[in-house]
Design a protein around this ligand. Structure first.
Ligand SMILES: Cc1cc2nc3c(=O)[nH]c(=O)nc-3n(C[C@H](O)[C@H](O)[C@H](O)COP(=O)(O)OP(=O)(O)OC[C@H]3O[C@@H](n4cnc5c(N)ncnc54)[C@H](O)[C@@H]3O)c2cc1C
Ligand SMILES: NC(=O)c1ccc[n+]([C@@H]2O[C@H](COP(=O)([O-])OP(=O)(O)OC[C@H]3O[C@@H](n4cnc5c(N)ncnc54)[C@H](O)[C@@H]3O)[C@@H](O)[C@H]2O)c1
Length: 451
């Protein structure tokens, strides 16, 4: 059967679902194809369940701080409570009926199945063909990358799916990869009582962020009893029906569960992109500032390589919708791209790191302050680890990057992201009033430190 429409959306991650709804509300005939759950990774196996787990784990950690500040607290973690919350409240037991109805109510037609592009404006789903008058919007996202380590593929390893579907706490957990996924989940499971080992191939965890962020998290994790090993070469993995054995140099790390959090593979390899002249082997799809990949093909979300975050997917969805509807509006601007790793301390960052700024030839000055030395850090006491680091363009007198690590690092980041985005002069920041005694007041000290 062949069906005509205006736009075909392939993949309904956060951006695709929203774009399909907006385009339909604007009066276009929209077909949205989804092979799994409407909403994508974020609500079912990503941001939301992981942050629920972290919220619970952080409550345990705060309760354990009571003896230093306020008396006694008996803490007896029960993983079943958060597992149930993820199942019942976050994911409806991994059922997307509500999301599917929400999209249908906005006027888009949901087609379930694997979509394959069959030529300009043409998409196949099983035996059915869909033909789009305006074009195809790609939002196919990413899947966990599984490194080609000897034996790994034959073991019952976990990815972000299984780990967030778990309802029993593993006694021990080996985490392959010290990026955002690995670190957030490593700390959360450790706080519930799992013995956790993080194996990171690069010289430091959280490699894309400032070295100070990596150092801070390594120190805090070590203090928490998490075994963090960097610069390791994992040469083999086996499973004896009960335990994993991971070969790391001459050593063997054993654990009940193994989480593979070693990066993501874009879901663009086998969806027929070559039929519209797009290279399916690329690391990401090159989009112009208006989300165009080629005539009649737009892309949004993780596959664009602009930042694998829900806020990027949603931001790009709004731009793609304007483009498809022929409306005016600004193109994508990633200069102040914010991101938050929800460890404790949270690592918030926006814009460029110091080394990225130097690589761009910017005459850089940096400002740094330790949060423990701030009034709020002193008051907060236990759990006050953190810092603020600013990266300024000394010639233009504006911030081009910032990191805000601390108990509310992700919230403090808001002010810094706005300062970068709005190119607020450093001089204005220096002569502003910063509320006392907040964590964000430490920005003033970091600004004063800019050399
Ligand atoms: C554990 C974890 C925690 C995270 N935490 C955060 C966080 O705190 N904050 C944040 O901003 N981001 C976070 N992310 C990242 C975030 O989940 C993604 O950036 C977000 O989901 C946006 O992805 P997307 O729009 O590219 O599509 P995705 O969410 O990946 O969805 C793509 C959809 O396309 C479908 N699809 C793929 N191919 C086809 C096809 N051929 N036919 C039909 N359907 C197809 C898939 O089934 C999927 O539903 C996290 C990710 C993980 C894994
Ligand atoms: N809070 C958030 O916003 C949040 C949370 C989780 C994920 N995310 C998004 O999802 C993306 C993917 O997360 P991720 O953590 O899987 O990927 P990542 O690329 O950020 O980190 C993967 C890590 O695994 C390491 N690695 C790769 N192969 C390895 C091997 N064989 N042995 C040991 N280490 C190995 C890499 O060096 C890297 O440090 C993130 O970059 C981020 O954009 C965001």
């Amino acid at each position: 059967m062949t069906t005509e429409c205006d736009v075909i959306v392939i993949g309904t991650g956060p951006g695709g679902e929203d774009a399909a709804g907006r385009l339909a509300e604007a009066g276009l005939e929209v077909v949205a194809v989804e092979r799994s759950l409407v909403g994508g990774e974020c609500p079912y196996w990503g941001c939301i369940p992981s942050k629920m787990l972290i919220r619970a784990a952080d409550a345990l950690a705060e309760a354990r701080r009571v003896p230093v500040l306020a008396g006694t607290a008996d803490v007896a973690p029960d993983f079943r409570i958060v597992a149930r919350r993820i199942r019942d409240e976050a994911t409806d037991d991994w059922d997307d009926t509500v999301a599917a109805e929400r999209m249908a109510n906005r006027g888009a037609t949901l087609v379930r199945g694997d979509a394959v592009v069959a030529g300009p404006g043409r998409v196949r789903v099983g035996d059915d063909e869909y033909v789009a008058r305006r074009g195809i919007l790609l939002n196919t996202g990413t899947s966990a990358a599984v490194p080609p380590i000897d034996g790994l593929a034959d073991t019952p390893y976990w990815t972000n799916h299984e780990v967030l579907e778990a309802d029993v706490l593993p006694e021990s957990l080996i985490v392959l990869g010290g990026g955002a996924i690995g670190l957030e989940l490593a700390q959360a499971f450790s706080r519930f009582g799992s013995q956790v080992t993080v194996l990171e191939a690069a010289p430091r965890i959280l490699g894309p962020e400032e070295p100070e962020s990596s150092e801070l998290l390594a120190t805090v994790f070590e203090r928490d009893g998490i075994d963090v090993r960097v610069g390791v070469a994992v040469s083999g993995v086996s499973h004896d029906g009960d335990q994993f054995a991971v070969s790391v140099g001459d050593d063997v790390v054993r654990g009940q569960r193994l989480l593979v959090a070693a990066g993501r593979t874009p879901n663009i390899r086998d969806i027929g992109l070559e039929t519209v002249g797009i290279d399916p082997t690329a690391r990401s799809l090159d989009v112009d500032p208006y989300q165009r990949v080629t005539d009649g093909v737009w892309a949004i979300g993780d596959i664009t390589g602009k930042g694998a975050f829900t806020h990027v997917s949603m931001y790009q969805a709004a731009i793609a919708v304007r483009t498809i509807l022929g409306e005016d509006g600004p193109g994508g601007d990633y200069r102040a791209l914010p991101r938050v790793t929800f460890t404790d301390p949270e690592i918030g960052a926006a814009g460029l790191t110091e080394s990225q700024a130097r690589d761009q030839g910017i005459r850089v000055s940096t400002g740094y302050t330790d949060l423990t030395a701030s009034s709020r850090g002193y008051i907060h006491k236990i759990g006050n680890d953190g810092f603020i680091k600013l990266v300024a363009d000394a010639d233009r007198g504006v911030l081009v990057g910032a990191t805000s690590a601390g108990p509310s690092g992700g919230e403090v980041l808001g002010a810094l992201a706005v300062a970068i985005r709005g190119e607020v002069p450093v001089d204005t920041l220096a002569h502003s009033i910063w509320a006392y005694p907040t964590f964000h007041r430490a920005i003033e000290t970091a600004v004063a430190d800019l050399g």
